[in-house]
Ligand binder design. Structure first.
Ligand code: GKR
Ligand code: MG
Length: 430
């Protein structure tokens, strides 16, 4: 097992967590088999995830990549991956220590599946039951942002979007992104500006793109129950027809109350979550309480591709919808997400992806950026995930990692440094 911690340029994107740092952290995993094949994956970066993977070294080295059930048992031994206090609400995504075991397993499973695919000459989605679709649709993931691209000093990236802190500039940003990638669904990361401005932003997007482009907004719990109901009411039309309201407020209790109050007013906007529902045990509870109607899966977080398939089945049985969450990532992750979504028939929403926010300069996939056509990524007719590593690019990512002083995402610190020295993450803010 080879672990490559890397840093990738990331623009100053805003969310209720704060502001993205100039570089996001990722880890590239390589599993090299005795017959010389290499399986790869990409996962969370920084000290925590790296230590989790190191701790699993004994479990993976010398093991058989086909024995994933045993690997899961070993890596998650003594840790409940299906229940417990796993809420992400007050933590930066991917930083809850209770999630480490399933995140570690996920990275090893994906690299093992890539390895198996290369050994038997089959794409990853075909190893786990085959594909429900040959291409996977992604959504335009819009952020409010400050001007400038990612990176610092003599290592900065071009910024094609500029400052986006108003409804007008968000429409411009969306038009640019859709022109380039062809996305057919739109997600706005909210919880940044006054909710009235965010409501106006969604309305402006609806006016510009029409009902053919379903809309979703995700303030990552920045709103109280009352404010969530107010926004749900104001955006009744705009979030209907394939859209959703994602994590408007914290906790299953809060989400359940929002849903009940909206339904009482005849507003059926579904609530989606990657914050209130973070483990299998949460899913039936969320369904019983009517707190969440659409679960946001993520193979990196939920324990790999096969667990996402289980989640898909569970959601189907419980009459819930399934979508997919993302964090800043490169092409190896994008391909794992694509294979996972292709193998989940119940996943009917366009998946989130941060991919448009990264650039070719940071991509570690040989041959460069993964192409999108009409907002979708095709499953390549190649074994495994269908991508290989560019080792020069990987080395550059590692150099960047060595140069930067931080080993953990801290959006709050970025806010204090660049925007407001007294900024704190307050939930709910409104
Ligand atoms: O990149 O700032 C961000 C997002 O807020 C991300 O970290 C979230 O995990 O996109 C994610 C979400 O849907 O909550
Ligand atoms: Mg979310």
């Amino acid at each position: 097992m080879k672990l490559h911690p890397i840093a990738i340029a990331d623009p100053p994107l805003r969310s209720s967590y704060g502001r993205h740092a100039p570089f996001a952290l990722r880890t590239i995993v390589e599993l090299v088999s005795t017959d010389g094949l290499t399986g790869i994956s990409e996962t969370y970066g920084g000290d925590g995830p790296l230590a989790g993977l190191e701790a699993a070294r004994e479990q993976i080295v010398g093991s058989d990549p086909f024995q994933l059930t045993r690997l899961f048992q070993n890596v998650t031994a003594g840790v409940s991956t299906s229940s417990g206090d796993r809420t992400q609400t007050y933590l930066v995504p991917g930083e809850n220590p209770l999630d480490q075991a399933s995140r570690t397993y996920a990275a090893l499973e994906i690299a093992s599946l890539d390895l198996i695919g290369k050994a038997v000459g089959k794409p990853v989605c075909d190893l786990i039951g085959g594909r429900a679709r040959g291409e996977v649709a992604f959504s335009a993931y819009l952020f409010y942002k400050h001007g400038g691209g990612g990176g610092v000093g003599d290592d900065v990236r071009e910024d094609e979007y500029g400052e986006v802190l108003s409804p007008e500039s968000t429409v411009r940003e969306t038009k640019q992104m859709i022109a380039r990638y062809g996305f057919r669904e739109i997600k706005l990361k909210g919880g940044v500006l006054d909710p009235d401005i965010e409501i106006e932003t969604i309305r402006a997007l609806r006016r510009e793109f029409g009902a053919a482009y379903p809309l979703r907004i995700d303030p990552n719990c920045a709103w109280s129950v009352d404010k969530s109901v107010e926004v749900g009411r104001a955006l009744k039309e705009e979030l209907s027809g394939g859209g959703y309201l994602e994590d408007p407020c914290a906790s299953l209790e809060g989400m359940g109350e929002v849903r009940r109050r909206l339904l009482a007013e005849g507003i059926g906007t579904p609530l989606a979550s990657n914050v209130a529902v973070t483990c299998f045990a949460d899913v039936p509870v969320a369904q019983r309480r009517e707190a969440v109607q659409i679960v946001l899966s993520d193979p990196h977080y939920w324990g790999g591709l096969r667990q996402v398939q289980s989640l898909s089945h569970l959601c189907e049985v419980l009459g819930m919808g399934l979508s997919m969450h993302s964090n800043s990532h490169l092409g190896v992750s994008l391909m794992a997400m694509t294979h996972a979504a292709a193998a989940c028939p119940h996943l009917t929403y366009a998946c989130d992806t941060h991919y448009p926010w990264q650039t070719a300069q940071d991509e570690v996939v040989a041959g460069g950026r993964i192409p999108f056509s009409n907002g979708a990524v095709r499953i390549p007719e190649r074994p495994g995930l269908g991508v290989d590593l560019d080792y020069d690019q990987l080395a550059r990512g590692r150099e960047r990692y060595e140069k930067i002083p931080y080993r953990k995402r801290d959006d709050e610190a970025e806010m204090r440094q660049h925007v407001d020295p007294n900024w704190k993450r307050v939930l709910p803010r409104w």
